[in-house]
Design a protein around this ligand. Structure first.
Ligand code: ATP
Ligand code: LTN
Length: 323
C-alpha cells in the first residue's frame, strides 16, 4: 500500500472542482496508510474572520465525512492539531529560496488579497511540510497544485542532499478527468472557493434548483456545435469534462450524445444533483453532532501525531538540533 496524504483548506464551502479534482479520489484511495487533513493553518494566509474560520472548519470536516471519508479506514485530522507541521515548515524554510517561492503562480494570483502578508508567500513550504512529515509517496490533488508538489519534491531532494537521506520524495496524483474544473461564468479560470463568483461555482451543498440555475446560466458560445475544444470552446468543454468525470466517460464520447447546448446542460445538472444529494443528507447528520466531529478529529490527530513526531525528530536531528 502506498502512503498517501492530501489536504484541503477550510476557506469556504467545498465546490464541484474540489470534489472532482481531489475529494472523490481521496475516498477511492482510503486505506490504513492514507492521511487526509483539513489544512486550517493555510486558511490564515488570506483575511478571514475567526468565527468564519471556526465555522468553515467544522463544515469542511463534515463535508469530507459526508463525501465518504471514513475515519476508521484512514487517518483524518486537522492540520493545526499536529504542531509538527509549522515546526517542520521552519526547517524547510531554511532550505527554500526566495527565488523559487517568487515563481509560485498561486501566490501571484492571490497576493493582492493578502495585502503583503508573509504567510501567503511561505505557504507552499508549509504545504511541503504537510506532505513530507508523513513520508507520503502519493499526493492526490487537482491540476492547480502541480507547481506546489514540484516544490515539495525539490525541497525534499535538496534537504536529503544537504543533510543525508531524510524525506521520501513525493509524487502528485492528478486525475485524468476533473483535474481542472473551470468557473461556469468565467470558463478561462478555475472554479475556486476564495476567488470565483457565486454563480460560477457549484457548491457541494447547493440544492437542485441552484444547480439547475447555475448550469443553465453557464457561459458558452454562439456556434451551436457540441464539441470538445478547450481553447475555442472553453465553456462547452468544461461542461463536457464535468459530465465525463461524473459518469466515468470521456468529454469526446459525451459530445457525440448531444446536439443542443440545452440538453447537455440539463444532463450536467442532473448528474451533479444525483451525486451531491446523498452527500447533503449525510452532511446534515454530521453537522447536527459537533461533539462527534470533534471526537473523530481528536482520534485522527493522535494517530497523525505519532507519524509526524517521528519524521520531525529525524529531520531535526539531521540539521543538528538536539532531540
Ligand atoms: P482556494 O480558492 O481557497 O484556493 P480552492 O478551491 O482552490 O481554494 P483548495 O482547498 O486550495 O481549494 O484545494 C483542495 C483541493 O481541490 C486541491 O487538491 C486542489 O487541487 C483541488 N481543486 C481546487 N480547485 C479545483 C478545480 N477547480 N478543479 C479541480 N480541482 C480543484
Ligand atoms: N495547497 C493546497 C492545499 C494543501 C495541500 C496540502 C494539498 C495544503 N497542504 C498537502 C495536498 C497536500 C491548495 O491550496 N489547494
Amino acid at each position: 500500500m502506498m502512503r498517501v496524504l492530501s489536504g484541503i483548506q477550510p476557506s469556504g464551502t467545498i465546490h464541484l472542482g474540489n470534489y472532482l479534482g481531489a475529494i472523490r479520489n481521496w475516498v477511492a484511495e482510503q486505506h490504513e496508510d492514507a492521511y487526509y487533513c483539513v489544512v486550517d493553518l493555510h486558511s490564515l494566509t488570506l483575511p478571514i474572520e475567526p468565527s468564519e474560520l471556526r465555522e468553515n472548519t467544522l463544515e469542511c470536516a463534515a463535508s469530507l465525512l459526508a463525501s465518504g471519508i471514513d475515519p476508521e479506514r484512514c487517518t483524518f485530522f486537522l492540520q493545526s492539531h499536529v504542531p509538527y507541521h509549522p515546526q517542520l515548515a521552519w526547517l524547510l524554510e531554511c532550505v527554500a529560496t526566495m527565488g523559487e517561492l517568487n515563481r509560485m503562480t498561486q501566490y501571484k494570483e492571490k497576493s493582492e488579497k493578502s495585502q503583503g502578508k508573509v504567510g501567503l508567500f511561505t505557504y507552499p513550504v508549509l504545504m511541503a511540510a504537510d506532505i513530507l512529515l508523513y513520508d507520503a509517496v502519493s499526493v492526490p490533488v487537482g491540476d492547480d497544485q502541480r507547481q506546489h508538489i514540484e516544490l515539495a519534491r525539490n525541497l525534499a531532494e535538496r534537504f536529503n542532499t544537504r543533510y543525508g537521506p531524510t524525506f521520501v520524495v513525493p509524487e502528485g496524483a492528478i486525475p485524468t478527468a476533473g483535474a481542472r474544473v473551470m468557473d461556469l461564468q468565467q470558463p478561462e479560470r478555475k472554479m475556486s472557493k476564495s476567488v470565483s463568483s457565486p454563480l460560477g461555482t457549484i457548491s457541494l451543498l447547493d440544492g437542485a434548483d441552484d444547480v439547475v440555475k447555475k448550469v443553465k446560466k453557464a457561459v458558452t458560445d454562439t456556434d451551436g456545435d457540441v464539441r470538445y475544444d478547450r481553447v475555442a470552446k472553453p465553456g462547452i468543454s468544461n461542461l463536457l469534462e464535468i459530465l465525463a468525470a461524473l459518469t466515468n466517460s470521456t468529454p469526446q464520447g459525451i459530445a457525440e450524445h448531444f446536439e443542443r447546448y440545452g440538453d447537455l446542460k440539463m444532463a450536467v445538472a442532473e448528474a451533479i444533483t444525483n451525486t451531491f444529494r446523498p452527500v447533503q443528507e449525510r452532511y446534515e447528520t454530521y453537522m447536527a453532532d459537533p461533539a462527534e466531529l470533534r471526537r473523530v478529529m481528536s482520534i485522527g490527530a493522535d494517530r497523525a501525531s505519532l507519524v509526524a513526531a517521528e519524521t520531525y525528530r529525524r529531520a531535526a536531528a539531521a540539521v543538528g538540533l538536539i532531540n
